[in-house]
Design a protein around this ligand. Structure first.
Ligand SMILES: Nc1ncnc2c1ncn2[C@@H]1O[C@H](COP(=O)(O)OP(=O)(O)OP(=O)(O)O)[C@@H](O)[C@H]1O
Ligand SMILES: [Mg+2]
Length: 577
């Protein structure tokens, strides 16, 4: 919208005398250099106030003034509109990635997948253009602005570092890999295969090294204080572990005398929530303490917690690397004097037999790697490997061979006595109790608590329609009904006590009283809810999931049918297979 504009400014003083060349505006109307107001002023000046036209002239001057003001305002608005129009209609600049300057004044740039040999605006300071930085380019693809480092872009894994500094990267296994330049910001960073880097948005230059969490951060776990007394039941398992792990450490001379090699690893197996992980951590805590006392110096434990499924889901080939690194770190720590526990939770995920269940079609290269690493531990007496699994039958027999993981310890469901012990661990002596219950025992809190513990266990072990939980149809044709007591676990008991505490706390708040405490009814309701809502029990009807919870040989089970009283569980009543 070009417009001819007067070069005169508003307050220019018009020269006295003749107006422009064509003041009457014959033909095209030409703007005179004179202002109308100045002309009128002149007329006013030249006219006597007595002249009858004088008031008209004054009126005219006023009107001219008003018009002039309006004109100026309109011009300002048009100017603003023009500027906005200009902004909104000028094309956006593309953004390219600067790949280098092959000749003076020339840039190699990438726009998307394409590359260009482009001119650089001479006003730009070329020395500030870094390989990988973003640049603004105009319609001719000339570089006209430096936008500096681009903070975004895809993350990929380094597969190989080439001698000239370039990198071979690939984002997913099986995908094409590509060669990228090393951005200046990366400098000489020691990149390893498997490291992650961020590329520029056109994926030509690696810009940033994404430091992976150090392997140690990945698995090292600080264990809380878990004396053996914090574990209810499981005496047999604990005794076996102590014999297996502690004795060789505490009595090395005896082992030497009998030429007996210490065991390197144990497998804890059993249903979920019964204390496998807890026992693993307690082992690390307690053995380190007892060993310290024995050797007369402070021996610290180093507990490496490794989740099997997490390793399984790693990048192709990376699980093996991880296993290698785990054992390398374990050996290193052991040499530094730590008592090292390599704890692999849900081990069947990575150490499965090649033909087992749902993992049928994955060739397992972790098993040989793991076996070799176990064999390499022979000379180290302060590294212990503990595996846990809900499905030990899935674990490759090569792993469970003598001198590898050759002790299997069952961590089973608690019996009545163990269940009571576990209740006692969580319902501690200082837990506030219901005033009515206390009164029943004449204020004897200890007796009231004992009664509460008895009540809780009785409640769990009651055999009645309400506590029917699962029907197991055996291949032999027999049907067995399992009750609450058959599926009880430490995790469930702990969770029930926590729930009962919630009830009591809520009552305190509602009644504005601090005297409320846990009652039989709280425990009753909490236990009932546990069996209805606890995540331990599969929500799905997958037989595989249920079998993990049961002590049956999977081969003998034809079907598992949850017994759920509620109407909305009606669908679940159908047979699973
Ligand atoms: N025997 C027990 N004594 C005391 N607390 C227990 C016991 N068993 C389980 N618990 C409680 O339940 C929680 C869960 O148990 P844990 O993680 O050890 O189960 P798990 O056997 O490893 O189960 P999963 O197979 O699901 O890994 C523990 O942190 C602990 O609070
Ligand atoms: Mg566990």
């Amino acid at each position: 919208m070009p417009r001819k504009r007067s070069s005169k400014r508003e307050n220019d003083i018009p020269p006295k005398g003749a107006p422009g060349d064509d003041p009457l505006g014959e033909g095209e109307l030409i703007e005179t250099p004179l202002r109308a107001r100045a002309l009128v002023d002149e007329l006013v000046e030249k006219t006597s106030p007595d002249d009858p036209r004088y008031p008209y002239l004054l009126l005219l001057r006023h009107q001219v003034e008003v018009d002039e003001r309006q004109f100026n305002e309109a011009r300002k608005v048009i100017g603003e509109l023009e500027e906005a129009y200009h902004k909104l209609t000028s094309p956006a600049n593309r953004i390219a990635t600067f790949l280098g300057s092959p000749a003076p004044g020339i840039a190699r740039i990438a726009v998307g997948e394409s590359e260009y040999y482009a001119n650089i605006d001479p006003r730009l300071d070329i020395s500030e253009l870094r390989v990988g930085c973003s640049v603004r380019i105009n319609e001719a693809y000339a570089v006209v602005g430096n936008l500096g480092a681009n903070p975004t872009g895809p993350i990929v894994k380094v597969r190989e570092t080439l001698d000239d500094g370039r990198l071979r990267v690939g984002s997913e296994p099986g995908q094409i890999t590509r060669i990228v330049l090393r951005g200046e910001a990366l400098g000489e960073a020691p990149l390893k295969p498997g490291d992650e880097v961020r590329l520029d948005p056109t994926a030509h230059v690696a810009l940033e090294h994404f430091q992976k969490a150090e392997v140690a951060d990945y698995y090292f776990e600080k264990i809380p204080e878990i004396p053996w007394s914090k574990i209810g039941g499981q005496e047999e398992a604990i005794r076996l572990i102590r014999d297996t792990i502690e004795f060789p450490l505490l009595y090395p001379e005896l082992y030497a005398k009998f030429k007996k090699k210490p065991l390197k690893g144990i497998l804890l197996y059993g249903p979920p929530g019964c204390g496998k992980t807890l026992i693993g951590k307690a082992t690390a805590y307690n053995v380190a303490r007892e060993y310290s006392a024995r050797v007369g110096r402070d021996v610290r434990e180093y507990f490496m917690y490794i989740s099997g499924p997490r390793i399984l889901n790693m990048w192709l080939g990376e699980s093996e690397r991880m296993v290698r690194e785990i054992f390398a770190a374990a050996r290193e720590r052991a040499k530094e004097g730590f008592l090292v526990f390599v704890f692999i939770d849900e081990a069947e995920a990575i150490l499965r037999t090649r033909t087992s269940g749902r993992y049928l079609n994955i060739s397992n290269t972790v098993v040989p790697q793991f076996s070799a690493e176990m064999d390499g531990l022979v000379d180290l007496d302060n590294v212990v490997v503990i595996l846990t699994s809900n499905r030990p039958d899935y674990i490759d027999p090569a792993i469970l061979r003598p001198e590898r993981i050759d002790r299997k310890v069952k961590v089973g469901r608690p019996d009545r006595k163990a269940a009571r012990d576990i209740f006692a661990i969580y319902l501690t002596e200082d837990t506030p109790l219901d005033p009515a219950l206390l009164e029943e025992f004449g204020g004897d809190a200890a007796a009231a608590r004992e009664a509460l513990l008895d009540y809780a266990v009785d409640r769990l072990w009651r055999v009645e329609p309400e506590t029917e939980f699962l029907e197991v149809h055996l291949v032999s044709g027999r049907v067995e009904t399992l009750y609450w007591k058959d599926l009880v676990s430490g995790a469930l008991i702990m969770s029930a006590v926590e729930r009962a505490k919630d009830f009591a706390i809520r009552r305190c708040i509602e009644k504005g009283s601090e005297r409320e405490g846990i009652s039989r009814e709280d425990l009753d309701e909490a236990i009932r809810l546990e069996y209805r809502e606890n995540e331990i029990f599969p929500k799905s009807d997958t037989q595989e999931d249920w079998l993990k919870l049961l002590d049956y040989d999977p081969e003998n089970v034809a079907a598992v049918r949850p017994i759920r009283p509620e109407k909305d569980y009606a669908a679940a009543h159908r047979s699973i297979i």
